[in-house]
Write a protein that binds this ligand. Structure first.
Ligand SMILES: Cc1ncc(COP(=O)(O)O)c(C=O)c1O
Length: 394
């Protein structure tokens, strides 16, 4: 028997784990409505053709790429950041294998065993998986459901200690769909500044914003003095998660030594794939029509989601303002949200991810909905949920 290392013991990933049960049921002939996975390509979204053409044209580029990434891709990222108001150069950009690799490298280069990084609760599970892997300490601040899921700044302040190395923000947020106000972001930046901490700003969904009066603000544009590492990716905004092209960039002051350490990690893994990086320039500098179309479609699905969920007794949902996630609350007499979502799956077929998989306040229960699915699939899922709640809790 080969024994896995202790560092893998606390790594969980509910988003994929629930699929095992769904597939078992599917084999037995049950119709499953998948509303669990944040991959728009699994639904009715397609990669823009001009990006596919750019990759196809360069598919013969089979050597290792530059460890920092293809120059034209880094230049496009840097130009966009500067256009938005973040003061960086192309040397501040590192292309990564999806945003995921950038997150892992940024954490790996800052954290010693026993250190902590503030991460949101509920949050995206990758952060705590990496922290566990590095023998760090999970240290989570609450997102406040009563305040449109904005970060709870007082809680954040309380949780900073000698071992804290960075503050993570995910905006727009997975799993809540929240978009942070400029005021909230400024408070977080001030707090980071007071404690000499960098902000890790995960802006994966920055182009999926639904309402004109709720704007997205890149942290790098607001934090001129505070060090910031911004993570982004082609995966969601540009509809190609399987291509694994993302990036990070450094802004603010005091980043010289740390950014060199991240770059050293990038050199150690040689490079990310080469041909797919040719999609970055056409993506960021070419036509953006698909974004308008995608956001329009997702907004309709957001509206259906918000309306249908709030119509069900015992279920309530804060209105998502970005990304394609909702994190509705369950106020019913239940044992756990894991049992609730798994029973719902078995009885009615919609697959959601249980709230425990993302973390949540004690004695609250939630589940996550991916509303990138078609209107039909969403309505089928919500019909099933409604029947399930009436039958078991009515
Ligand atoms: C908040 C957040 N950050 C990062 C990622 C990683 O995305 P990728 O590695 O595909 O760029 C995801 C993917 O779902 C995400 O939701």
């Amino acid at each position: 028997m080969i024994i896995p290392s202790e560092r893998t013991e606390n790594i969980t990933y509910a988003i994929r784990d629930v699929v095992v049960e769904a597939q078992k049921l599917e084999k037995l002939g049950k119709k499953i409505t998948y509303l669990n996975i944040g991959d728009p390509l699994k639904y009715d979204f397609r990669t823009p053709k001009h990006m596919i053409d750019a990759v196809a044209k360069n598919i013969h580029e089979s050597s290792y790429a530059d460890s920092m990434g293809l120059l034209e891709a880094r230049q496009s990222v840097f130009k966009e950041a500067v256009r938005n108001g973040t003061d960086i150069t192309e040397n501040d950009v590192v292309m990564t294998s999806g945003g995921s690799e950038g997150i892992s490298m940024a954490i790996g280069a800052i954290m010693n065993p026993g250190d902590s990084i503030l991460t949101p609760k509920p949050g995206y599970p990758l952060y705590n998986a990496v922290i566990e892997y590095l023998h760090g300490k999970q240290n989570e601040y609450y997102l406040d459901e009563e305040n449109d899921w904005q970060p709870d700044i007082d809680d954040m302040r309380k949780k900073i200690d000698k071992k804290t190395k960075a503050i993570t923000l995910i905006n727009p947020n997975n799993p809540t769909g929240a978009l942070y106000t400029k005021g909230t972001l400024k408070k977080v930046i001030d707090l980071a500044g007071e404690h000499g901490l960098p902000v890790f700003s995960d802006e994966t969904y920055d182009k999926i914003i639904f309402d004109d009066d709720f704007k997205f603000h890149p942290v790098g544009t607001l934090a001129k003095d505070v060090p910031v590492v911004t993570f982004n990716t082609l995966s969601k905004n540009y509809l190609c998660p399987g291509w694994r092209v993302g990036w990070l960039y450094f802004s603010g002051s005091g980043m010289e030594k740390y950014s060199e350490a991240v770059k050293q990690l990038a050199r150690a893994r040689l490079s990310i794939n080469q041909p797919m990086q040719y999609a970055v320039k056409p993506a960021l500098e070419g036509p953006q029509d698909h974004i308008t179309e995608m956001v329009g479609k997702l907004k309709r699905r957001r509206d259906i989601t918000y309306k249908r969920l709030n119509e069900i007794d015992g279920i309530s949902c804060v209105k998502p303002r970005g990304a394609f996630y909702a994190f509705p609350r369950i106020d019913l007499k239940i044992e756990s949200d894991k049992k609730f979502t798994m029973d719902l799956l078995r009885e009615e077929g919609p697959l959601f991810v249980f709230g425990e998989g993302f973390g949540q306040k004690k004695d609250t229960h939630h589940f996550r909905v991916v509303f990138a699915a078609s209107e039909q699939a969403l309505n089928d899922g919500y019909d099933g949920l409604e029947r399930f709640v009436k039958k078991n809790f009515g």
